[in-house]
Design a protein around this ligand. Structure first.
Ligand code: ADP
Ligand code: GLC
Length: 497
C-alpha cells in the first residue's frame, strides 16, 4: 500500500515528545512490511540541511491560503532507512527555533502555519505524483487533511483511492482558533457548523479531522474509552462518542533497536536480564552526573518528562517533600516545561542536598542513562494517551510506578508478590497522599531483594514492538481500501444547515 504519513514532528528531524518517536518508528515498521511509506512534515529551522542530506525535489508549490497563494519548496531526506521524508519549506512559517512555541508562549500565527501545512501537504502529494491509499494524519496540526480530502479534493481523481486515518495522540491539544481565520482554509462555510469544524463559536482542527476521517485511532485501548468522557475528551467527548463506531485503540510500540540496554551505545556499560552488573555501573554514573551521593542502598527514583500539568509533576513534587524527609530515597528529573513546577523541584534540591538531581533541558543521550540508572520510574500522569517512557523503563529494569490511566493502565500490571506476577505498580487518585503512600509501599518491596529481582525480570521481559503495532494498523488500512465516498453533507449530520 502507499501510505502518506503526515505529522508535525518526527525523530530525528524534530522532536518535542512521543509523537516524534511514533512518526519515525511506525512508518519504518510499515516499510519493513513492504509498504511504500512517505513522511510529510514542515521544515523547521532545526531540520538541518547537511545532517539530514536535504535536497529540493519539488516546487515552487503554490499553496492556497485565504484569497491568495503562498509559495513553498518540497525537500527530501533519505536519512531514515527505507523511508522518504518530505519537508514543506516556507521560511516565514517554519524557519523558527521552536516547533509550536517560542519556549514561553504558542506562536500567535499557529492557525495560519498549520492551515498552510495541511493544504501544502495535499498539494505536495499531487506535485510529487504520490497518490496514497492511506492518508495517515496525526493530532490537531494535521486535522484539516481529512476535511480537505472529503471536500475541496472530494472530486479530484488523483485522490479517488485515498482514505484518511486520524490518530489522536493527545486530545488535550485540539487546535482551537477564532472564526475570523476560517477563510484561510478556503473551506466552504457549510462545513462550519456542529457537524463540521465549528466548536463553541471557534474552529477546532481536531474536530474536523475526527468527523471527516474514515477511521480514527488513538494510542491505547483505555484512552479510546476515556476520550468519550468529559474528563479526558473535554468538550469533544460527545464528538468522540459520535464516532465511536470507527474509533480504535492501537497501543504504541517500542523501537527496541534504540531502546535496549543490551546494545545501547549511550550507556557506560550494557546489561541484560541475566547479566545485571552493567546496571550498577549506569546507576553510579547517573548519580555522579546528577550530583547525587553515590549510595547503593537508596532507591533511585526519577522521571524523564515534559514538566506540565498533564504529567502530574506538580503533585509529584509536593509528595516528594514528605518522602525525602521520611525515606532514604533519591530522585532525578530530566525535563523541560513550566517554571512554577520546576521551582518546586529546585526547592527540594536545596532542602535535600545530594539526594535530588535536576537537568532542565532536552538531552537524548542522558535520557538513556536515566532509564538505565533508575531503580524506579515515576509517571503520575493526569492523563496519558499511551506513554512511552513506562515501556522504555521496563526494558531497562526501572520499575514503573504509574497512575492507572490510558496507555499506562494498559501496559503496566500490578506486582503481586505471592504469584510473582506483574511488572510495576499503579495507583488511582492523583493526590499527594495517594502518591506518598504508593511510593512508600513500592519501597518496602524494593528492600526485599529477591522479590524485586523477579519483578525486574518480569518488567524486562515485557515487550510491545512496533512490528506488533504495525500489523494492527495494516489490518485497519486494509479494511478502508476503496473507501465508499458518501456525499459529505449526508453522513456527518449537516441537518442543521
Ligand atoms: P509525551 O509525548 O506526552 O511527552 P511520551 O512518553 O509518549 O510522552 O514520550 C516522551 C518522549 O520524549 C520519550 O521518548 C522521552 O524519552 C522523551 N523526552 C521527554 N523529555 C525529554 C527530555 N527532557 N530529554 C530527552 N528526552 C525527553
Ligand atoms: C502524546 C501523548 C503520549 C503518547 C505520545 C505518542 O504526546 O501524551 O501519551 O505516547 O503522544 O503517541
Amino acid at each position: 500500500m502507499k501510505i502518506a504519513f503526515i505529522t508535525s514532528e518526527a525523530y530525528p528531524f524534530a522532536k518535542t515528545g512521543g509523537l516524534a518517536d511514533v512518526s519515525n518508528a511506525l512508518p519504518a515498521a510499515l516499510a519493513r512490511r513492504g509498504h511504500d511509506v512517505r513522511i510529510f512534515m514542515p521544515r523547521y529551522y532545526v531540520v538541518d540541511r547537511e545532517r539530514f542530506g536535504l535536497s529540493i525535489v519539488g516546487g515552487p508549490l503554490g499553496v492556497p491560503l485565504g484569497d491568495g497563494e503562498k509559495w513553498a519548496a518540497i525537500l527530501e531526506s533519505r536519512h531514515i532507512p527505507g523511508i522518504t521524508a518530505y519537508f514543506i519549506e516556507h521560511d516565514f512559517y517554519f524557519g523558527r527555533d521552536g516547533l509550536y512555541d517560542d519556549g514561553h508562549a504558542a506562536y500567535t500565527d499557529n492557525a495560519e502555519r498549520f492551515i498552510f501545512f495541511c493544504h501544502g501537504a495535499m498539494r505536495a502529494l499531487r506535485d510529487l505524483g504520490f497518490a496514497p491509499d492511506i492518508l495517515h494524519c496525526n493530532d490537531w496540526q494535521t486535522g484539516l487533511l481529512p476535511v480537505y480530502l472529503k471536500t475541496l479534493y472530494g472530486e479530484d481523481p488523483f485522490f479517488k483511492k485515498s482514505a484518511a486515518v486520524m490518530t489522536v495522540h493527545n486530545a488535550g491539544y485540539q487546535g482551537v482558533f477564532p472564526t475570523e481565520l476560517y477563510h484561510l482554509t478556503r473551506l466552504d462555510w457549510r462545513h462550519y457548523n456542529d457537524g463540521g469544524l465549528e466548536f463553541f463559536n471557534q474552529m477546532n482542527f481536531l474536530k474536523g479531522g475526527l468527523l471527516f476521517a474514515d477511521a480514527v485511532t488513538t494510542v491505547s485501548r483505555k484512552y479510546a474509552e476515556e476520550l468519550q468522557t468529559p474528563e479526558f475528551g473535554y468538550d469533544l467527548a460527545d464528538t468522540f462518542g459520535r464516532i465511536s463506531g470507527r474509533l480504535y485503540g492501537i497501543t504504541n510500540g517500542v523501537d527496541y533497536a534504540k531502546w535496549n540496554p543490551e546494545t545501547d551505545t549511550f550507556l557506560p556499560a550494557r546489561y541484560s536480564p541475566d547479566m545485571m552488573d552493567g546496571k550498577r555501573v549506569c546507576r553510579e554514573e547517573l548519580q555522579r552526573r546528577m550530583g547525587l551521593k553515590i549510595d547503593p542502598a537508596a532507591p533511585l527514583t526519577g522521571s524523564i518528562s515534559r514538566v506540565t500539568h498533564q504529567k502530574g509533576m506538580d503533585v509529584l513534587a509536593d509528595s516528594l517533600g514528605a518522602l525525602l524527609a521520611d525515606v532514604n530515597l533519591q530522585f532525578v528529573l530530566l525535563g523541560q516545561g513550566e517554571d512554577w513546577i520546576f521551582h518546586k523541584f529546585e526547592e527540594l534540591r536545596r532542602l535535600f542536598p545530594g539526594r535530588v538531581g535536576i537537568f532542565r533541558g532536552y538531552d537524548e543521550p542522558l535520557s538513556h542513562l536515566v532509564e538505565a540508572g533508575l531503580d524506579i520510574y515515576l509517571m503520575p500522569s493526569r492523563y496519558e494517551p499511551c506513554g512511552l517512557n513506562q515501556m522504555y523503563s521496563m526494558k531497562y529494569g526501572a520499575i514503573p510506578v504509574v497512575r492507572a490511566t490510558g496507555g499506562l493502565d494498559d501496559t503496566v500490571s500490578e506486582w503481586d508478590e505471592r504469584s510473582l506476577s506483574g511488572n510495576g505498580f499503579k495507583f488511582g487518585d492523583l493526590t499527594q497522599k495517594a502518591l506518598y503512600e504508593k511510593i512508600r509501599y513500592v519501597i518496602r518491596h524494593f528492600d526485599n531483594r529477591r522479590a524485586w529481582d523477579s519483578l525486574r525480570k518480569n518488567a524486562m521481559e515485557f515487550s510491545r514492538s512496533w512490528a506488533d503495532a504495525a500489523l494492527e494498523y495494516e489490518r485497519l488500512y486494509e479494511s478502508l481500501r476503496t473507501p465508499v465516498r458518501h456525499p459529505v453533507d449526508t453522513i456527518y449530520g449537516f441537518e442543521n444547515l
